[in-house]
Design a binder for this molecule. Structure first.
Ligand code: HEC
Length: 205
């Protein structure tokens, strides 16, 4: 502090340099040092802002599973194990004990409605997409807490109750990818985009 006062006096050439002045000056000097130190490090982006994510941070975000299921993680489960998960992890509390009662959308045997844009899982074209949805979004009040085995098991339970797979079938990365969803043939993917593709709307002058 004594040294700061000296600097303070020299800078403002005043004998009445207060504690507040010294504190402001200390903060300014510290900020200057940090700015210089940062400027000397290689810049992570053109703007110099932010930093590259760590491998652990990337892993935590990198959870998307494509419709073909290429990214599905190791793990497995059957319908009997899935029923336990369904009860213990609170799915039954929102979707109903049989998956039909609600109040949340029915997971078993429902019909699509155009008014709510809701597609029961029987109508999803790809089973890995349901795995991805449950893994990232359910349980609704505590998402992201299921293990891979639990998601495979609850998938086996739901697919079995919807009449899509047999009772004892084990779901894992390989079998889930090969599940034939009953409405797969009705699904038409988005058209492939090229620079010549017409816009779906016109820009008015
Ligand atoms: C707190 C209530 C709640 C709990 C607990 C919960 N869900 Fe849900 N779930 C919802 C709601 C609400 C939706 C609809 C969300 C939306 O459309 O944005 C939903 C949607 C879903 C869907 C998508 C249905 C479709 O066809 O679009 C699946 C699959 C699903 N939940 C599975 C589960 C499983 C498995 C569990 C247990 C691990 C679970 N949910 C626990 C409330 C809940």
């Amino acid at each position: 502090m004594a040294r700061l006062r000296t600097v303070c006096r020299r800078l403002v050439s005043s004998r009445t340099c207060t504690r507040a002045d010294a504190a402001t000056l200390a903060a300014a000097l510290l900020f200057g040092f940090v700015a210089v130190a940062q400027a000397q490090q290689p810049s992570p982006s053109p703007s110099g802002l932010g930093r590259a994510p760590t491998p652990a941070e990337l892993r935590a975000w990198d959870i998307s599973i494509g419709p073909e299921g290429a990214e599905l993680p190791p793990g497995s489960g059957n319908a009997a194990q899935g029923e336990v998960v369904y009860m213990q992890r609170g799915c039954a509390g929102c979707h109903g004990p049989a998956g039909t009662e609600g109040p949340a959308p029915a997971l078993v045997g429902a019909k699509p409605t155009m008014s709510t844009n809701y597609f029961p899982i029987e109508y999803w074209p790809f089973a890995p997409s349901i795995w991805d949805y449950i893994n990232r979004a359910m349980p609704y009040d505590r998402p992201g807490n299921l293990t891979a085995n639990e998601v495979y098991a609850v998938m086996a339970f739901l697919l079995n109750r919807n009449g899509i797979i047999r009772e004892g079938e084990v779901m894992d990365a390989n079998s889930l990818r090969n599940v034939q969803m009953p409405h797969r043939v009705d699904y038409k993917g988005p058209i492939r985009w090229t620079p010549d593709t017409e816009r779906g709307f016109k820009i008015l002058p």
